[in-house]
Design a protein around this ligand. Structure first.
Ligand code: ADP
Length: 268
């Protein structure tokens, strides 16, 4: 069987992208898109000479246009491909959300059509030269993951970041994500635990939300021999920033979340 010519196209297009990262989660709603947006904003903000791109391949539930504040933007075709939307001078985004007629439009596609879209995204977006391309994926291990990993085979994947919440059910799914990465030979950069504790916006005190599973993500990471990258607390102000597409890092520069993000960015 001939290899898919898309693999060579993707390799060529991404030859000017240094690190290609996948953000994965076993379940929906654990904060994968939030963490993707925060890490990309943090990587870009910490070094103006660094170029960061975000590719939202959550075909059925694209959230990056909203959380990165680019709802309603349009992407343009040029001679050199699709131009992404610029969030900052050194932070760009491509998402299927930009190609839909309205934010409420449902994408009801079977595997082959999703596969074609991902191939186009990976081979036709003109990112210019990037230090990081961060792929926001749907929850689980589905068509989108298989398509992305097979098209990225030639270009190479730097590694995956796995996002989870503390409860055991989410952690069980993380084990599957780790197993997936190992089966398809994707290095695992580490696990990020989200919504570990709640910081009251009024009194600033911290409370455990899931006391029964406290420390579970760290323990599991140790047990499975993967890096534990850090814990991000639940903060209603973060949820609000994401809903409104605002930059949490500049809105709340003194938040402990920003320190956690800076630490994570040093390790990826
Ligand atoms: P996923 O991409 O895993 O489906 P999202 O990133 O869309 O999850 O997050 C689900 C919801 O939880 C969103 O409304 C988001 O704003 C909120 N959220 C995620 N992480 C946090 C956090 N650390 N603090 C407060 N709200 C959060």
């Amino acid at each position: 069987k001939q290899p898919d010519p898309g693999i060579a196209l993707v390799k060529e297009r991404l030859s000017s992208v240094r690190n290609k990262l996948l953000v994965l989660s076993g379940k929906g709603g654990v904060g994968k898109s939030t963490v993707t947006s925060l890490l990309s904003r943090c990587l870009a903000a910490n070094n103006p000479d660094r170029n960061v791109g975000v590719l939202d391949i959550d075909i059925c539930g694209p959230s990056q246009p909203r959380v990165l504040g680019a709802l309603g933007e349009q992407v343009h075709q040029s001679g050199s491909g699709w131009s992404p939307v610029y969030i900052e001078d050194n932070l760009s985004l491509m998402s299927i959300g930009f190609l839909l007629s309205s934010p409420d439009a449902a994408v009801i596609w079977r595997g082959p059509k999703k596969n074609g879209m991902i191939k186009q995204f990976l081979s036709e977006v003109d990112w210019g030269s990037l230090d990081y391309l961060i792929l926001d994926t749907p929850p689980g291990t589905s068509d989108e993951h298989l398509s992305a990993t097979s098209y990225l085979k030639g270009a190479g994947i730097t590694g995956a970041i796995i996002v989870t919440t503390p409860p055991q059910v989410a952690l069980l799914d993380v084990r599957k994500e780790i197993d997936f990465c190992r089966k398809v030979n994707i290095p695992i950069l580490g696990v990020v635990e989200n919504m570990s504790i709640f910081i009251c916006p009024k009194c600033k005190n911290a409370a455990e939300i899931f006391p029964a599973s406290s420390g579970g993500a760290r323990t599991m990471s140790n047990e499975l021999n993967v890096e534990f990258l850090g814990s991000i607390p639940l903060d209603p102000l973060l949820a609000r920033c994401c809903d409104e597409g605002k930059n949490f890092l500049t809105e709340m520069p003194d938040s402990p979340i920003v320190s956690v993000l800076n630490e994570i960015c040093k390790n990826i």
